[in-house]
Design a protein. Structure first.
Length: 267
């Protein structure tokens, strides 16, 4: 777990959760934007990804491993005695949703960036059935993820960096996929259990990875007192890496500041 402290007096703490196959180092720009705007940032690499020491990269036994891990990051954020916000991208968004459905957290708001609630390209029925069988007999079998850096963002600098990134996970296990599929299904099945916390959902309008229609469907049905949905029309999946990322960040920061004002903090 890493902590980046704000310049000067901090307003709040942002706990960030990265997506599938990536790691915290890809968020250097976003971390600095929050930090220079007066926010502490807490982030780490999810189990089996990035700089974690697990031997079997791209594999988990249970999606609960992610939920337990992120809960620890939030507990660390509480020590600052400041309002806490949770920001989850892609699978990190799904983890955030499942956490809000399983726990009751003391957080001021949630930002979901292209949350993984459905895939643009799902496996065929035959592959889906095969994965269920393999999940029992050979759960650690790894396969190509089928994702490319070109699908994630239009930002050429990020694409080039990702192409040479040795920490990027390229193969995922059968169990990992089955756990992801199960978590996406559960996010809808227990939608009524989602903790009532102010939420901003931002979605890339030209997402090549996550099904934007499924994201909107979940958003329309989640029973929250305060929720905001924003589509960035030209953006691919990684909206915080896109050419429009400064505008995306300012929108997210406005949401955070508005929540701070609503609970009596001067921003």
């Amino acid at each position: 777990m890493w902590k980046w402290e704000a310049e000067g007096e901090a307003k709040a703490v942002i706990v960030m959760v990265h997506g599938a196959m990536e790691h915290h180092r890809r968020y250097g720009w976003l971390i600095e934007m929050w930090r220079s705007s007066g926010f502490h940032v807490i982030m780490a690499d999810l189990p089996g990804q990035g700089m974690t020491t697990r031997a079997n990269r791209g594999h988990i036994d249970s999606f609960d491993e992610y939920i337990i891990e992120v809960k620890d990051w939030i507990q660390a954020a509480y020590r600052y005695d400041l309002p806490v916000f949770l920001l989850g991208h892609s699978m990190g968004g799904l983890i955030s949703i499942r956490l809000l459905q399983e726990e009751r957290l003391n957080i001021a708001g949630v930002i979901l960036s292209s949350p993984c609630l459905g895939l643009v390209q799902s496996p065929s029925k035959i592959l889906d059935v095969l994965s269920r069988v393999l999940n029992v007999v050979f759960p650690s079998l790894r396969m190509d993820s089928g994702l490319t850096v070109q699908m994630a963002t239009r930002n050429d600098e990020v694409r080039e960096a990702d192409s040479n990134d040795t920490l990027y996970v390229t193969k995922i296990s059968v169990r990992w996929y089955r756990e992801l599929a199960s978590a996406m299904k559960e996010a809808f099945q227990v939608i009524g259990k989602t903790q009532d916390i102010p939420m901003l959902v931002m979605q890339g309008g030209d997402d090549k990875i996550v099904n934007k229609d499924t994201v909107k469907e979940w958003f329309n049905h989640v029973p929250l007192s305060e929720k905001r949905f924003k589509v960035w029309p030209k953006c691919y999946h990684e909206i915080f890496n896109e050419p429009e990322r400064e505008e995306v960040f300012e929108y997210a920061k406005d949401f955070v500041n508005s929540q701070l004002k609503s609970i009596g903090y001067i921003v």
